[in-house]
Design a protein around this ligand. Structure first.
Ligand SMILES: Nc1ncnc2c1ncn2[C@@H]1O[C@H](COP(=O)(O)OP(=O)(O)OP(=O)(O)O)[C@@H](O)[C@H]1O
Length: 299
């Protein structure tokens, strides 16, 4: 059984339901994606997992046990709204947080230096937070979330505000934490990051679960509506094939949108009748397309 279990949790604020009967599990050594448009209920769910707020119905379990102070010490949290004090030194701030989570000062110092080395910024130890760029403050906030070596890691928009090199750096560290057997709950609006990191997802919309399960199976369950074609000659008449919605010619290939599976084979036949075909591919939908299809049109 998976160690982290979110069991039919509901949270109301007055007569507004922020989270409605949400249910999922996260394994050890897993990065689980929690997705949804703004206001869907992701942060509320994460706060319940953290024990910062309590569900009105349902419960959160870690290895079969309900919420406890012990569980709190096993968690690391990177909140969406970053909250470092600008005037305080990086080391003072991070070490204080580490001690709050039960770490000895000397162990916390060692761990902080190791993490700063790993992020190639050892000189930040004695700098004030306000002296750092936004992206580098983000690295410090990440370190603050992981310094006490938590078993459960909750990452809300972990890569926002980072340049591409630092995104890769943080991503590599998140993957390493997965490798180390951490249980990671990951929320992001960047669907490409979710696709890269998560095996299972839960998509929320207006407090409800609209899609849940293994990402590969979810992708297979959606129709393939995009065909890529690269042919030697300019193929004529593709737009007249029944089921073809649009034909867009690009530099490297032509992208054909279809709304009937049979149309793809007709595209291939038409192309072969007129030209040599270098590439023909019926594309799986991207998670971005699935997201827009699932929550975009539901007002
Ligand atoms: N403390 C609160 N009091 C009243 N309503 C709240 C409170 N916190 C959240 N809500 C409402 O609950 C719903 C879910 O909010 P939540 O912050 O969990 O969404 P989210 O998915 O994290 O959104 P975003 O992507 O914008 O961060 C929203 O309609 C929000 O307005």
């Amino acid at each position: 059984m998976n160690p982290l279990r979110i069991d039919r949790v509901t949270k109301n604020y007055g007569d507004k339901t922020a989270v409605n009967g949400i249910d999922f599990e996260v394994g050890q050594g897993e990065i689980f994606g929690l997705l949804g448009a703004n206001g869907a209920g992701k942060t509320t769910t994460m706060r319940m997992v953290l024990g910062l707020i309590y569900p009105d119905e349902g419960a959160i379990y870690w290895k079969g046990k309900g919420y406890s102070d012990e569980l709190r010490s096993l968690m690391g949290y990177l909140p969406e709204e970053r909250g470092l004090y600008p005037k305080v030194k990086v080391s003072d701030q991070v070490l204080y947080l580490a001690e709050l989570r039960g770490m000895k000062r000397s162990a916390a110092e060692k761990s902080l230096r190791r993490w700063l080395e790993r992020f190639e910024v050892p000189e930040y130890y004695n700098k004030k937070v306000e002296e750092l760029s936004k992206g580098n403050q983000q690295k410090i906030q990440f370190i603050a979330a992981v310094i006490h070596d938590p078993d459960i890691l909750i990452l809300d928009e972990a890569f926002s505000g980072l340049d591409p090199v630092n995104v890769e750096l943080l991503k590599a560290n998140v993957l390493e934490l997965r490798q180390d057997g951490k249980t990671i709950l990951f929320s992001s609006h960047r669907m490409d990051h979710v696709e890269e990191l998560c095996e299972n997802i839960c998509m929320l919309h207006k407090s409800n679960t609209v899609l849940k399960g293994n990402l590969k199976s979810i992708k297979r369950s959606f129709p393939r509506e995009r065909v890529l074609l690269d042919a030697e000659r300019d193929v004529q008449g593709l737009d007249r094939i029944p089921g073809v919605k649009s034909v867009k010619k690009g530099e490297a290939w032509t992208e054909i949108r279809i709304d009937k599976a049979e149309a793809a084979q007709e595209v291939l036949k038409t192309a072969l009748a007129q030209s040599e075909v270098y590439r023909f591919q019926i594309m799986e939908p991207t998670l971005n397309e699935i997201f827009i299809k699932t929550v975009g049109g539901q007002g």
